[in-house]
Ligand binder design. Structure first.
Ligand code: CO8
Length: 257
C-alpha cells in the first residue's frame, strides 16, 4: 500500500487506517481509494478487528478527490473508470467505521467522513463541499448524506456556495459526534472504537445495518428490518453470553460468534 497506512491492532480489536498523501492534503486519487477499499475489505474479514478508525493527519483528513487526476477527463472517461465502485465497496463495510477528522474534510474528503458511521473532529476541522467552485458538484454522496445530516437549507448553502463549516458549527448541526482539541482527536476516536469493540460484534454489525437502513427506507420497512436483525441477534452465542453475564453480574466475554 502506497497511500494508506494500516495498523491492525492499534488497540485491542481497533484498527487504524491512515490516509497518507500529506503533500497533497490527502487528495483522494484512484489508487488511494482502491487501497482504502481493499484495506477495509480485509479488516472487515479479520476476526481480531471490531471497529475501524479512518484518519488523515492534523492538517487534512482529505481535501477531496484528486483534482489534478480528474481535470482533463471526459464524461466517458469518468464513466469507464467507474471510481464509485470502490466507494460502494467501502459503504458495504460491516464493522463500525469512525472518521477521526482534523483540518480539511472537503469534497470527497467530507463525503468519505460522512460514509463513516461516526465522526470525531478536532477543533481545527473544516467540512465542506466546494466542488461548485471548480465547476462540478458533489459526486460521492455529498448531496444526499450532507442533506440528511444537517438539513436542506444548510446543505444547499454549502453545496451552492462551497463555504466551509467549522468543527463547532458541524457539531451544532449534528454532523459530528464530538469536537476535541487537536492533540486529542485521534485518541478520542480510538477510545470510542475501543468502547464499541467491547460490545458483541455481531450485535454491533446488525445494529449498524439497521440504523443505516433508516436512511434508505420508510418507517414501516425500517421497523421490519430492525425486527429481523433483532431476532437474528438471538442466533449468536454472544447474545447468550451477554444476557447470562448480566444476570450473573459479571463482564461479558464476547467472541464474535
Ligand atoms: N486535489 C489535488 N491536489 C490537491 C487537492 C485536491 N483536491 N487539494 C489540495 N491539493 C494540493 C495542492 O494542489 C497543493 O499541491 P502543490 O503544493 O503541488 O501545489 C497542496 O495540495 C497543498 O494545497 P494548497 O497549497 O492549496 O494549500 P492551502 O492551505 O493554500 O489550501 C485548500 C488548502 C483550501 C484545501 C485548497 O488546497 C483547496 O481548495 N483544495 C481543493 C478543495 C476542493 O475543491 N475539493 C473538492 C475536489 S472535487 C471532489 O472532491 C469531487 C468528489 C466526488 C468524487 C469523489 C471521488 C474520489
Amino acid at each position: 500500500m502506497e497511500y494508506i497506512l494500516v495498523t491492525e491492532q492499534h488497540e485491542p480489536f481497533v484498527a487504524l487506517v491512515q490516509l497518507n498523501r500529506p503533500k497533497d492534503l490527502n487528495a483522494l486519487n484512484l489508487q488511494l481509494m482502491q487501497e482504502l477499499s481493499e484495506a477495509l475489505h480485509q479488516l472487515d474479514k479479520n476476526e481480531r478487528v471490531r471497529a475501524i478508525i479512518i484518519t488523515g493527519n492534523e492538517q487534512a483528513f482529505a481535501a477531496g478527490a484528486d483534482i489534478k487526476q480528474m481535470a482533463d477527463r471526459s464524461a466517458v472517461d469518468m464513466l469507464r473508470i467507474d471510481q464509485f465502485s470502490t466507494w460502494d465497496q467501502i459503504r458495504k463495510t460491516k464493522k463500525p467505521l469512525i472518521a477521526a477528522v482534523s483540518g480539511f474534510a472537503l469534497g470527497g474528503g467530507c463525503e468519505l467522513a460522512m460514509t463513516c458511521d461516526m465522526i470525531i473532529a478536532s477543533e481545527t476541522a473544516k467540512f465542506g463541499q466546494p466542488e461548485i467552485k471548480i465547476g462540478v458538484m458533489p459526486g460521492a454522496g455529498g448531496t444526499q448524506r450532507l442533506t440528511k445530516a444537517i438539513g436542506k437549507a444548510k446543505a444547499m448553502e454549502l453545496v451552492l456556495t462551497g463555504r466551509f463549516l467549522s468543527a463547532e458549527e458541524a457539531m451544532g448541526y449534528g454532523l459530528v459526534n464530538k469536537v476535541v482539541p487537536v492533540e486529542m482527536y485521534l485518541r478520542e476516536a480510538v477510545q470510542l472504537g475501543r468502547e464499541i469493540a467491547q460490545m458483541a460484534p455481531i450485535a454491533a454489525q446488525l445494529a449498524k445495518e439497521a440504523v443505516n437502513r433508516s436512511f434508505e427506507t420508510h418507517l414501516d420497512e425500517g421497523l421490519h428490518f430492525e425486527r429481523k436483525n433483532f431476532y437474528l441477534a438471538f442466533a449468536s452465542e454472544d447474545q447468550k453470553e451477554g444476557m447470562k453475564a448480566f444476570i450473573e453480574k459479571r463482564k461479558a466475554d464476547y467472541k464474535g460468534r
